[in-house]
Design a protein around this ligand. Structure first.
Ligand code: TYD
Length: 229
């Protein structure tokens, strides 16, 4: 039986350049003859579609006259987890099993970082505990201010989580959770996203090269570093 291909995840704040870096990484791997599939969360699947409507504030429930409320935080966290399970079983695993490298633009680290702002982290971890761990997660680290500026340049509408205070809290949440996951042995590399796109890309590809060349157990020192702060 063919060995399962590698599964890579790219994560970061909105506006951190995750999507750009994921696309560049896919092209880079394509050119080197790898079969690669790029995918993302929230997905285009049925649960993902519902989440997107919610995030764009187009899904409202009229609680009382003139009082509208979107989905509550618990329901949203459950939907993200459901979307992920559907993504994993119907998209990610079949591709990995047929030897195709998968790059996912966001995965469970997003749920841990974003949903834990309002909900218990333990519960969110539990809900996502049956999701396969990636071979490597790359976190594109940019300050919240930069992320906010980039979002404003790219879009005329602002989604949930795109307020500066919230972005700052999400950023802190990511770094705290990454530290915890590293201690649990998860493979995560933090990449400084506040530098030219090409420089970020070369740091991304260096990390991927190492991950692709390793066959045995990787040491945490080789694949991870934490910022000084
Ligand atoms: P995003 O990657 O920004 O999608 P798009 O580029 O299509 O707008 O994801 C949408 C938002 O969803 C983003 O603010 C992060 C948030 N999110 C969570 O809160 N939890 C999750 O588990 C995921 C996957 C995303």
């Amino acid at each position: 039986m063919q060995r399962r291909a590698k599964f890579f995840v790219i994560e970061g704040l909105d506006g951190s350049g995750v999507t750009t870096q994921a696309e560049r990484l896919k092209n880079w791997l394509d050119k080197r003859g790898y079969e690669v599939s790029l995918t993302k969360e929230p997905t285009d699947g049925p649960v993902g579609a519902l989440i997107r409507l919610h995030l764009a504030r187009r899904l409202f429930f009229e609680k009382a006259k003139d009082s509208f409320a979107p989905l509550d935080d618990y329901t949203l966290a459950l939907l993200f987890a459901a979307d992920r399970m559907d993504h994993l079983n119907n998209v990610i695993l079949p591709r990995l099993d047929s030897g195709i490298i998968v790059i996912s633009d966001r995965y469970y680290l997003s749920s841990l970082a974003y949903q834990s702002l309002k909900l218990d982290l333990g519960w969110i971890k539990q809900m996502n505990s049956n999701c396969m761990r990636p071979d490597l997660t790359l976190f594109i680290d940019v300050p919240a201010q930069i992320s906010k500026k980039r979002i404003e340049r790219q879009r005329w509408h602002v989604e949930l989580y795109e307020d500066i205070e919230i972005l700052e809290r999400v950023q802190q949440s990511y770094l705290k959770i990454i530290r915890e996951l590293l201690l649990e042995g998860e493979k995560i590399k933090i990449i400084n996203g506040n530098q030219p796109v090409q420089k970020v890309h070369s740091e991304v590809t260096n990390a991927i090269k190492k991950a692709l060349s390793k066959t045995g157990v990787r040491s945490l020192e080789q694949l991870t570093y934490l910022p000084d702060s």
